[in-house]
Design a protein around this ligand. Structure first.
Ligand code: M6R
Length: 604
C-alpha cells in the first residue's frame, strides 16, 4: 500500500503536496517524493520518512501542478532510486503509482530491447517509458496514458505528468483513487485525508477510468467517452479521515483484509498448472533432500506459523514445526543441511525472532524470511525472502498481517509441495482456488459485523473467555484469545479443544463464554463433543461454523463461515478479530495502543 496525491489549481502545488503527503504517511513511510510540473518536470525524492524529503525540497516553487507519493515498498528496497516519482531517462515524464504491475518484467525487457535504460528496481518505472513512447507518436497525455493502460496487467492507481502537457492524468484499476473538487483547484489521492482540509466535495472514479485534471477541473473518460462521476460531500474531520472514517486503525485494518489479500496473492497463482510463484528459487535438489521445515516466530506470527506447519505437513510431505522464537535452540540432532528455518515476522525487526534465526544460521541451516517489511533487518540476514504485501499495519494488534501471512504460507506449501512432487496438481489447484476465493470469503464475514457487535454486547461481561479448535482451528483459537486479551484486557485463553478436559474445564462456568472453531479442516465433529462438555457446565457457546457443520443445535450463536476448504479456519479468525474489537471498544480500551505493548518488539 502506498499513498499518491496530485494537484492542479491556482495555489502553490509544493505546499499542497507536502501537506497531503503528511496526511497520507500512514499508508507507507519508507520513502517519499514529488514532481512539480510546468515547462519542466522537477523531481525530488528521498528514502526514509517525510522528514528526509523535507531536506531536499526547495523552499518555494511557482508550480501549480504536482504529484506526490509516499511509499510502502513491494518491488525493490527502500532507496532513493526506488522512491517515486519515477521518470523516463530525459526526466520529462513522471509517474506516481500505488499497486503492483504484474507484467513489468516483460514490459521492461521489451523497452530495454528498444534502447530504454532503467534507474530503479521497481515495477512502476516501465510506465513513464511507455508514456514517453506514446507521446512521441504524437498522442495527447490522456491518449498516451489510455494506450499504456491497455498494456498493463495488475492493480494500480497512477498519476502522470509530462513537461509541456497541461495538468495531471490519472487512472485506476483495483486500487483506490478519489478526486477532490475545491474552489481553487482539483485533487487526486489514494484517500480523502490527503486533501480534506481543502475540500470535502469528492468523486470516486471507477476502474478503467482515465481522468484529466486541469485548471478547469476534472474530465473523466471511460472507454474513450466523457462520463460523469457523481460528486458527493464527505462528512469527516481530518483525524477520522486519516483512519478512512473508522474509529480505530485496528478496525480499518480488519476491513482492509480483502484488499490486502488480493495484493498478497497477486501474480502468484497459476491455477491452470497448479503452481505458486513466490519469486524465490530454492533448488529442487535441496527441497527434495529436506527433512524438516522449522518456523520461528512470536505472538500472532507464531500462530500463523502453526497454521502453516500443518499445511506443509499435509501438502509437502515434510516434517514441519512452529517454534516460539524466544525458546528456540537448533538442536535435537537435526541435520542443518536438511533443515529449512523460516522466520515469520511482519515487522522483520522482532529481536527474539532475529536471535532464533541467527542460531539456525550459526548451525548452518538455510534460512527464509516471510515478512511485510522490505529492507527490514530480517531481509538482510536470510538467504531468501518472501513478502506478504499486506501494506502498513498501524494498530498494535496484528490483524491483516496474520491473514496475509497465512495466505503467503499456504502459497509456500503449494510451492514446496509441488517442487518435492508431493502435492498433486489437483490438490494444488483446489488450494489455489480457495486462496483466490479468500478475499471474497473474508468480505462476507465483514458484511456480518453487526451480528458480531451485538454478540459482543451480549457476552462482553464474561468472567473469562475460552477459545477452542482442533487441527487448523487450534492456531486460530490461540490467535482469537491473544487478540481479545491484548486489546480488551480480559482473561482469555485459547487451546486445542481436546485439552479442555485435561484442566481448563475446571474454569468453565455459566459466566465464561466459549468460542469454538467448527470448520472444515478443524475436526469439527470432535470439537462439537467438547462444545457439549462446556454447555453441560452452563457456558454460553459461540460457534464459527461452516455450512457443512451442523452446529446450530449445539451452540447459542452461530457465526457462519463461507465454505473454503482448508482456509475456512483463517476466515473464522476474522470473526474473532471483530469480536475482540467490539468487546474492547465497549469497554473503552485504548485499542490501537494497548497498555504495556509495542508494535515492534526490538528487545529480547
Ligand atoms: O513483527 P512480528 O510479526 O515479528 O511481531 C511478533 C509479535 O510481537 C506480534 O505478532 C504480536 O503478537 C502482535 N502485535 C499481537 O497482535
Amino acid at each position: 500500500m502506498c499513498g499518491i496525491i496530485g494537484y492542479v489549481g491556482s495555489e502553490d502545488a509544493l505546499s499542497i503536496i507536502r501537506e497531503g503527503l503528511a496526511n497520507l504517511e500512514y499508508r507507507g513511510y519508507d520513502s517519499a517524493g514529488t514532481a512539480l510540473c510546468g515547462e519542466t518536470v522537477d523531481v525530488y525524492k528521498r528514502k526514509g520518512e517525510l522528514s528526509a524529503l523535507e531536506g531536499v525540497l526547495p523552499s518555494s516553487s511557482t508550480a501549480t501542478t504536482g504529484i506526490g507519493h509516499t511509499r510502502w515498498s513491494t518491488h525493490g528496497e527502500p532507496t532513493d532510486a526506488n522512491a517515486h516519482p519515477h521518470t523516463n531517462e530525459s526526466g520529462d515524464v513522471a509517474v506516481v503509482h500505488n499497486g503492483i504491475i504484474e507484467n513489468y518484467d516483460e514490459l521492461k525487457a521489451e523497452l530495454e530491447a528498444r534502447g530504454h535504460t532503467f534507474a530503479s528496481e521497481t515495477d512502476t518505472e516501465v510506465v513513464p517509458h511507455l508514456v514517453e513512447e506514446e507521446l512521441e507518436s504524437g498522442r495527447s497525455l490522456v491518449d498516451a496514458v489510455s494506450a499504456v493502460v491497455d498494456r498493463l496487467a495488475g492493480s494500480y492507481a497512477l498519476g502522470v505528468v509530462a513537461a509541456g502537457h497541461e495538468g495531471v492524468v490519472a487512472t485506476r484499476n483495483g486500487n483506490p483513487l478519489v478526486l477532490g473538487h475545491a474552489e481553487d483547484g482539483t485533487f487526486l489521492a489514494s484517500d480523502v485525508p490527503a486533501f480534506v482540509e481543502h475540500t470535502r466535495r469528492v468523486s470516486y472514479p471507477e476502474d478503467g477510468d482515465v481522468i484529466h485534471i486541469t485548471r478547469e477541473g476534472a474530465t473523466v473518460y471511460a472507454d474513450g467517452e466523457e462520463v460523469d462521476r457523481e460528486v458527493i460531500e464527505v462528512d469527516w474531520d481530518a483525524e477520522a479521515a486519516e483512519k478512512g472514517g473508522y474509529e480505530h486503525y485496528m478496525l480499518k485494518e480488519i476491513h482492509e483484509q480483502p484488499r490486502a489479500l488480493r495484493q498478497t496473492i497477486s501474480g502468484r497463482i497459476d491455477e491452470v498448472q497448479g503452481e505458486a510463484d513466490l519469486e524465490i528459487d530454492l533448488p529442487t535438489e535441496y527441497l527434495n533432500s529436506l527433512e524438516e521445515i522449522q518456523f520461528v516466530a512470536c505472538g500472532t506470527s507464531y500462530h500463523a506459523a502453526l497454521y502453516a506447519a500443518k499445511l506443509l505437513e499435509e501438502y509437502a510431505d515434510v516434517r514441519a514445526s512452529a517454534e516460539i522464537a524466544s525458546e528456540y535452540e537448533f538442536d535435537g540432532g537435526r541435520d542443518p543441511w536438511r533443515t529449512l528455518v523460516v522466520a515469520v515476522t511482519q515487522s522483520g525487526e522482532t529481536a527474539d525472532t532475529l536471535s532464533a534465526l541467527r542460531r539456525a544460521k550459526r548451525a548452518g541451516a538455510r534460512t527464509l524470511a516471510v515478512t511485510n517489511t522490505l529492507g527490514s533487518t530480517v531481509t538482510r540476514e536470510v538467504d531468501d525472502t518472501v513478502f506478504i504485501r499486506a501494506g502498513p499495519e498501524i494498530g498494535v494488534a496484528a490483524t491483516k498481517t496474520f491473514c496475509s501471512q497465512v495466505a503467503t504460507l499456504a502459497l509456500l506449501s503449494v510451492y514446496v509441495g509441488r517442487e518435492r512432487g508431493a502435492m498433486s496438481s489437483g490438490d494444488a489447484r483446489e488450494l489455489l482456488s480457495d486462496l483466490r476465493g479468500l478475499p471474497g470469503a473474508v468480505q462476507q464475514v465483514l458484511d456480518r459485523e453487526e451480528q458480531v457487535r451485538v454478540a459482543a454486547e451480549e457476552y462482553a461481561d464474561g468472567d473469562a473467555f475460552f477459545f477452542i479448535g482442533r487441527r487448523l482451528g487450534a492456531p486460530v483459537a490461540l490467535e482469537g484469545a491473544l487478540k481479545l486479551k491484548e486489546i480488551s484486557y480480559d482473561h482469555a485463553e485459547g487451546f486445542p479443544a481436546g485439552e479442555l478436559k485435561h484442566g481448563p474445564l475446571a474454569l468453565v462456568t455459566s459466566e465464561t463464554p466459549v468460542l469454538a472453531v467448527l470448520t472444515e479442516g478443524s475436526n469439527a465433529d470432535e470439537t462439537l463433543n467438547n462444545v457439549k462438555e462446556v454447555e453441560s457446565r452452563g457456558a454460553p457457546v459461540i460457534g464459527c461454523a461452516s455450512l457443512s457443520v451442523d452446529a446450530e443445535k449445539y451452540v447459542d450463536e452461530v457465526f457462519e463461515v463461507p465454505e473454503l476448504g482448508e482456509l475456512e479456519s483463517l476466515v473464522a479468525n476474522v470473526y474473532f478479530q471483530l469480536f475482540s474489537y467490539h468487546v474492547a471498544n465497549l469497554k473503552g480500551r485504548s485499542i490501537d495502543k494497548p497498555r504495556n505493548l509495542a508494535k515492534s518488539v526490538t528487545v529480547g
